[in-house]
Design a protein around this ligand. Structure first.
Ligand code: NOJ
Ligand code: CA
Length: 554
């Protein structure tokens, strides 16, 4: 095990549009993050990941970028970003940015040139192909639920776009394009940032033969076959090249968003220390364990957390990472997921379940990332009008209604799974607009901000907020154990409890957590010291709803 600062960090992801609005336009901004640096420091985190703030037509929440080296004027200026980096560094907080390499916006100057004619010098920065009988070049489907191709009548060809129509995929098989992207990365590193979360990194390599998928197609002739553009061999050459030319010259961290499907050994290929490319990969496996499919009629059983499967997935990634001497990032949610409180916790046991989830996250191996608002147990939306949802994925879902659900059925789905759940404005206090802004926010607030907010939890000892703070402090004070120590599941097949042991040299901790909203019989092991507990006292032979205890063997 080689010690590195990023292996010992505690991360905090900020979604800048929804954090704090300081210039009264209803949109969070860079200045808002600067103003909240004392708060961020008070969480005992020291690595902040900021979601995209680049200029963007906002078809996909800023992941559709029209200037890779700029700052969206709605959010601030490059000077403010520099100020943020300096002020964060002065507090010992490092900053990483989202690095979006797979696609640009269709309003990016490169794409405007590329589409203008077949022999434009930027034509090959994107992936263009002729249609077949007035149909797309092949049957590939996109992640956002339509064909992966969009027809462009200017040159009578289709461009590849595995996300939305306004997000043409960049052609990584073109060395000039790769050079351009390396320059962009260098630009931000030279500004002083400490690394990147690398968006959609698994998709840079495509099956350039563009042959049809043999998977079954839907009634529109579309096959959703991610293998055509995920984890493909060329990708690893591109990443190793970036590492050699750029990353290896800086003391930074790179975390790839690799997501579903990549198991070991693929997960290992990304981070193999013998063949360096990037440092860590985010996988999604543990985030699905009560996520219904988009067409299912929702019933209460669908929401029941499969605790055994959740533990199995976390254990799979942790054990394999430790075996191969690589370091996993850990998280409950990011900006693509619904709120974990509404997923694995409970509104009826808000404080108990929110604090329990924080205790589990901050006791796991690896580098944990807290998503802004998680530290106060923010919840999914309570929207009643489909128009309240703004996310492109959700808009497509309502528009296509491929499963012929009623509006209310679709609303139920999106209130439970939609990405807007994680985008609502930060709930700072109970004042109008939750202290986020002095005007109506760009995205509707969740109405429970009057009771769920930072101010309310500030001075309550066992609030979710103070649990996250205390647990982060305990983690920091024992960082070798929590970051690198062994991880052992206890009673892996228990359907309700998540119990694990951490050990480093002679030191041992055990974390015991009840994932249910009811009491579960349980006899505490003979560990002597209660390090942290989300209830005030221990009960006899049982755990109460969402009770969690961190014990130390002394
Ligand atoms: C993954 C990002 O996390 C998501 O928000 C985005 O829609 C896609 N990549 C496309 O960039
Ligand atoms: Ca603003």
């Amino acid at each position: 095990m080689i010690r590195k600062w990023w292996k010992e960090a505690i991360g905090y992801q900020i979604y800048p549009r929804s954090y704090l609005d300081t210039n009264h336009d209803g949109i969070g901004d860079i200045r808002g993050i600067i103003d909240k640096l004392d708060y961020i420091e008070s969480l005992n985190v020291n690595l902040v990941w900021i979601s995209p703030f680049y200029p963007s037509p906002l078809d996909d929440n800023g992941y559709d970028i029209s200037d890779f080296k700029g700052v969206d004027p709605q959010l601030g200026t490059l000077e403010e970003v520099k100020e943020l980096i300096e002020k964060a560094h002065a507090k010992g907080i490092r900053i990483i940015l989202d690095c979006v390499l797979n696609q640009s916006s269709d309003e990016h100057p490169w794409f405007i040139e590329s589409r203008s004619s077949k022999n434009n010098e930027k034509r090959d920065y994107y992936i263009w192909a002729q249609g077949k009988d007035n149909q797309p070049p092949n049957n590939w489907g996109s992640f956002f639920g339509e064909s992966a191709w969009k027809y462009d009548k200017l040159t009578d060809e289709y461009y590849l776009k595995i996300f939305s129509d306004k997000m043409p995929d960049l052609n990584w098989s073109n060395p000039t394009l790769r050079q351009e992207m390396a320059d962009i990365i260098r630009f931000w590193l030279d500004l002083g940032i400490d690394g990147f979360r690398m968006d959609a990194i698994a998709h840079l390599g495509k099956d350039m033969t563009l042959t049809d998928s043999t998977l079954e197609s839907d009634e529109r002739g579309i096959a959703y076959d991610w293998s055509k553009f995920s984890n493909r061999p060329q990708l690893f050459d591109y990443l190793q090249e970036l590492h050699q030319k750029v990353f290896s010259h800086y003391d930074i961290v790179t975390i790839g968003e690799v997501g579903g499907g990549a198991k070991f050994p693929e997960g290992y290929k990304y981070t193999n220390p013998q063949n360096p490319s990037i440092d860590m990969v985010f996988n999604f496996d543990h985030t699905w364990h009560n996520m219904p499919y988009g067409y299912e009629v929702l019933t209460p059983e669908k929401f029941n957390t499969n605790v055994i499967a959740l533990k199995e997935d976390l254990d799979y990634w942790i054990q394999n990472s430790q075996k191969h001497n690589i370091h996993p990032p850990m998280y409950w949610l990011n900006h693509d997921h619904p709120r974990v409180l509404s997923q694995y916790g409970s509104l009826d046991y808000h404080r108990e379940s929110g604090s329990m989830l924080g205790m589990v996250l901050l006791s796991l191996p690896g580098t944990p990332f807290i998503y802004n608002g998680e530290e106060i147990g923010m919840t999914n939306v309570d929207y009643t009008n489909p128009k309240d949802f703004k996310d492109v994925n959700t808009r497509n879902y309502f528009k296509n209604n491929a499963h012929r659900l009623t509006i209310e059925q679709m609303m139920n789905h999106m209130r439970y799974t939609g990405r807007d759940n994680g985008h609502t404005p930060m709930q700072w206090n109970a004042n109008q607009h939750a202290g986020f802004s002095t005007t109506t926010p760009y995205l509707k607030l969740v109405s429970n901000y009057t009771t769920i907010n930072v101010q309310d939890q500030e001075n309550k000892e066992k609030s979710i907020l103070n649990t996250y703070r205390t647990m982060a402090k305990i983690r920091k004070d024992n960082i070798q154990l929590f970051a690198y120590g062994t991880f052992e599941l206890i009673d892996a097949k228990h359907p309700d409890l998540f119990i694990f042991k951490r050990q480093f040299n002679q030191e041992k901790y055990i974390l015991i957590a009840n994932f249910r909203d009811y009491e579960v019989p349980y006899q505490l092991p003979k560990y002597q010291e209660v390090t942290f507990h989300n209830y005030d006292n221990l009960a006899n032979a049982k755990l109460r709803p969402y009770e969690a205890i961190l014990l130390k063997e002394s």
